[in-house]
Structures are given as structure tokens and as C-alpha cells.
Ligand binder design. Sequence first.
Ligand code: MG
Length: 362
Amino acid sequence: MTRIVHACAYMADLEVEKVRTDAVQAFLKQETIFVELGTSDGLTGVGYTYTIGTGGSSVLALLRDHLLPRLAGRDARSVEALWHDLFAATRATTVGAITSLALAAVDTALWDLRCLRAGEPLWRLAGGFRDRVPLYDTEGGWLHLTTDELVAGALAAQAAGWPGVKLKVGKPRLAEDVERLDAVRSAVGPGMDLMVDANQSMTRAEARRRAAAFEPFGLAWLEEPLPADDPQGHAFLARSTSVPVAVGESLYSLGQFRAYLTQDAASVVQADAARVGGITPWLKVAHLADAFGSDVCPHFLMELHVSLAAAIPNGRYVEHIPQLRAITRGELEIVEGHAVPPETPGLGIDWDRDAIDDRRVA
Ligand SMILES: [Mg+2]
């Protein structure tokens, strides 16, 4: 028995490392909510979750008022049981974004403990499939950047050996999207993966129209073309275009992914371990996607997702958006355009406690 004898949660605000905009929003700041769990055998696990600017205080309150008190004295090894007990305890607010984000902070702390106790890195304990994962860059593709800036970013990524870059789409006029895509494709040639991301900004008709116009550019995927609560619309779109459809960053449960996969509405699954409720449900989504022949290219959180994408057979890409540098020591290791999962036991994120304390807001 290894009992949970200490549990606390706190929040730090991180400035964005650069201006990030898409068709519907801007990334204002990263509200980072931490959970710390201490056990009777002397280990401390640290988990985390995040928002891009709103709702963090609600996540923190749910953790402090309702979830963490239920962990006292429980066996930290019973990760599934604890996840399900906490989920059941929040039945009236579940499935919901706040609850899933809060569950993720607890679940990642439990996985940190599990890996620390085993003396293994996350990527091995979660499955152990590959020791490096292709990386694509999003940081050079934001919607406010000029065409020249997009081209420069893509060429820099290509020169560094990265296999893919993603551009935001959803400019007011289709012709602008096409002009930007054309410039980047012309610059990098046919050998690089290009992805586009609409951030749920289109109607069904507009998505069909734009997907058709994008087809000549040989895209790796079209991401979140429609509102995330419309799997049927995504299924219609997927049947009408040769561009693979990607979804997942705005889904908050295994069941929501099931709705997409059973309708052939997503061939690229972008599960986010924070938004789906932690590593425990993330792995279920990844294996479900495998059963449907879909790749997993997780959304954001590259410092955590590098280990998860390396754990599974269908982990195809890690998304490059650095955001934790101010509060961690070291950086994501990148070798020849591939992200390398940490070999250190635990989640493999070397938190800088002083830097976190400096940014604490609650
Ligand atoms: Mg996206």
C-alpha cells in the first residue's frame, strides 16, 4: 500500500511565448494548474493541466473543494479506480471541460508517481513503441502572420529537418487562404507535410468549398473545419474531400471520440491529455483510434505528449508549440526533426519550482 498523505493544487500564469492567433481566438496566457500528491512511501508526483486564458480558477476550485479531499488515504497505485471514483463524484458536472481539465491534473500526478515508483520514463510505461517522434511546427503558421512570414517559417523548419508545418486558415476570403498555401507549398516543394487548421470556424458548406480549393496542395490534414459538437458534419465533409479530416483538441471524453470514429469523421485524432481528462483516458482514445486505423497527433503540450505519442503504435506527430520554458529546466530534445521522449523516470518534465512560485496567482 502506498497511501496518498498529501494533496494540494495551485495555479501559475504564463505569458505566451509569442503572439498566437487563429480564425476564432487568441492565446492570451497559459493558466497552468498543478496538482501535487505525496505518498506514504515518500514520493511526490506532480501533475498539471491548463487553459489558454479563461476558466483556470474554476478548475482550481473543483480540485480543492471536491476532488483532492477524496484522495486522502487512497492507494496511489489504483490509477483507474481513482479516476473513475473522481469522475463519479462529479457526475452532475460531467462530461464537461472544467471537470476533464481537473481530472487531468490529478491523473497526470498519479502517472508521475507510477513512473517514479517503477523507475521508468512515461513513454516506456505507457506502451514503449518508439524512441523518437516526427515533429511539425505550428509556431510559424499563425493567422496574423504575413505570407512572407509564413514562407520564412516553413523554410526554416525545412532547413532544420522538420517533416511538417501547419498553417492557420479561415481568412475572410478563400482566395487569401489559397494564396498563402500556394506560396508555402511553392517554397518548400512537394516533400514536406503541410497541415491546415480552421479552428472550428467554418459552416458545412464553406468547409466543403475550402477543402476542395485546398486539395491541389496535397495537405496532410484539415483540422477542426467545423464546430467540434458536429461529428455528423465532419463525416459529411470527410466523404466529400480527399483531404484527411483531423479533430480532437476540443473533445473532452472517450465517448466524444467514439462518436467521431464510428462515423468515419476523423482520420487524424488530436487528443489532448489535459482536455480529455488525463493520461488514462488519453491512452484509451489512442487505442480506440488505432482500432479504426486513425493516427494520433496530439494537440499542444509537447512536453507531455512527446512521451505519449512515443508510447503508441499510431503516434504520428508531435506538435511544436513551446510554452513551458519559463518554468522548466532544459528543453524538449529535438534530433533531426524528431522529438525525443525523456528517459528520466516520471513524466520527464523538470519543473523549476522557484519560477513557478514567482508566477503563482492562486
Ligand atoms: Mg488546432
